[in-house]
Design a protein around this ligand. Sequence first.
Ligand code: SF4
Ligand code: FES
Length: 251
Amino acid sequence: MSNTITLEVMRYRPDQDDTPWAQTFDIEWTQDMSILDALGIIKDDFAPELAYRWSCRMEVCGSCGMVVNGVPKLACSTFVRDYADEGKITIAPLDQMPVEKDLVVDVNPFVEKLASVTPYIVPKKARSITEKEYKQTPKQLAKFKQYTMCINCMLCYQACPQIGINADFLGPAAISLAHRYNLDNRDAGSKERFKTLNKEDGVWPCTFVGYCSEVCPKHVDPAGAIQQAKAQGVPYWALSWFSKESEESAS
Ligand code: SF4
Ligand code: FES
């Protein structure tokens, strides 16, 4: 088998390009080479201005998300050897978010969604330092632990067909984050979160395609979180629907 492979990388430089375009590079690959390593070779040897994000190189920071041969992946934990038979790898940005340059996308809309779900513990009552830390049993922790594994890589947003139709949809990771705190026995903020979850662009646009959970590199199940949040939110949704109805009939 040849140890040369073609990488087709989507390029977009807003100061020069009207639309994204593909540039191909032929590189020598090795068994232990990740897609992130391959991009490093391209940047070092062929296209020094190529823009992409990365930091930890070990599936922790969540910054190297991109689309590899049509599938949302982390570049640091996806290996060139797995595409060697195909002879070509296409690499594109997570373009369900606005593309800023080459493989770099604007994360602000995503961060705003995370911030909108009250992503912290709202204590049931004020607690003094002398009362020391909250204690949780393993069973209490197990209820929400999987959702704490999210690294905010946005692969689930790229996978979500509803985000493709409506960019304002709260989306898988933000809903999983809300669900994580709603399941935490130390928290008393669920009423506030359910207001956000039951807005028009909250949980309800999800049609349970489930691809978000398939692509998640950390085995979080955002699709499951969304369905559970829908079930838990029905009383809040009904309450807001009835108050809207009574407001309309009073006016
Ligand atoms: S839920 Fe999974 S795919 Fe989505 S942002 Fe978190 S780690 Fe990434
Ligand atoms: S470089 Fe941090 S997750 Fe890939």
